[in-house]
Design a binder for this molecule. Structure first.
Ligand SMILES: Cc1cc2nc3c(=O)[nH]c(=O)nc-3n(C[C@H](O)[C@H](O)[C@H](O)COP(=O)(O)O)c2cc1C
Length: 173
């Protein structure tokens, strides 16, 4: 089996892509061979021995590309360790149910997979990219604008993944 690790992500405005790349960089630093690829560019995952999946939350759901990816590749994904994360503004919502709801949406997008590790990271929202209707939705959902990505939290999560996923750089099969 190939020794590579895949970080597969969806993104609409780029902030989840940057999180995925930061995670990939930690794996590279730890000695792994890593590909960080946007889901829409992926046509096979054959050979990867571990996969990290990430996507942004929009209107209460994780971007649909994540569900399509897990659906398309579920046979392979059930045989290798999988970890997943979502990026969203729910962690900045004063209502704690927002995080619960977001974690539920993340799990739903991954079904029937049961990842070894799940995370919800605060994302980035550029108010200039939001139209009037969207702004109303965001106000109602109490979602603030700004860049809330916590790089220390993200990189610490990534550094802990090899142990949780039961993989090491030296192991080739
Ligand atoms: C129209 C819109 C709807 C959003 N809906 C949610 C949501 O339901 N829950 C959430 O936690 N974040 C929500 N967000 C925040 C995004 O998840 C956040 O900006 C994320 O970092 C975007 O990732 P991307 O830049 O990779 O597309 C929303 C943002 C926009 C613009």
């Amino acid at each position: 089996m190939d020794a590579r690790i895949l970080v597969a992500y969806a993104t609409r405005n780029g902030s989840t892509a940057e999180i995925a790349r930061a995670i990939g960089k930690e794996f590279t630093t730890a000695g792994f061979d890593v590909d960080v690829d946007e889901i829409k560019t992926i046509s096979t995952i054959a050979g990867y021995r571990a996969v990290i999946i990430g996507g942004p939350l929009y209107m209460g759901s994780v971007d649909g590309a994540v569900g399509k990816f897990t659906g398309t590749y579920h046979e392979h994904l059930q045989k290798v360790p999988v970890a997943a994360f979502a990026a969203g503004l729910a962690p900045k919502n004063p209502d704690p149910r927002a995080v619960e709801q977001a974690m539920g949406a993340l799990k739903k997008s991954l079904e029937p997979l049961t990842p070894v590790e799940l995370a919800l990271f605060a994302g980035k929202l550029d108010p200039a990219k939001v139209n009037f209707l969207m702004r109303k939705f965001l106000e109602m959902a109490k979602i603030p604008a700004g860049d809330f990505r916590d790089w220390d939290l993200i990189t610490a999560w990534a550094r802990g993944l090899p142990e949780k996923m039961g993989i090491s750089p030296a192991q080739k099969d």
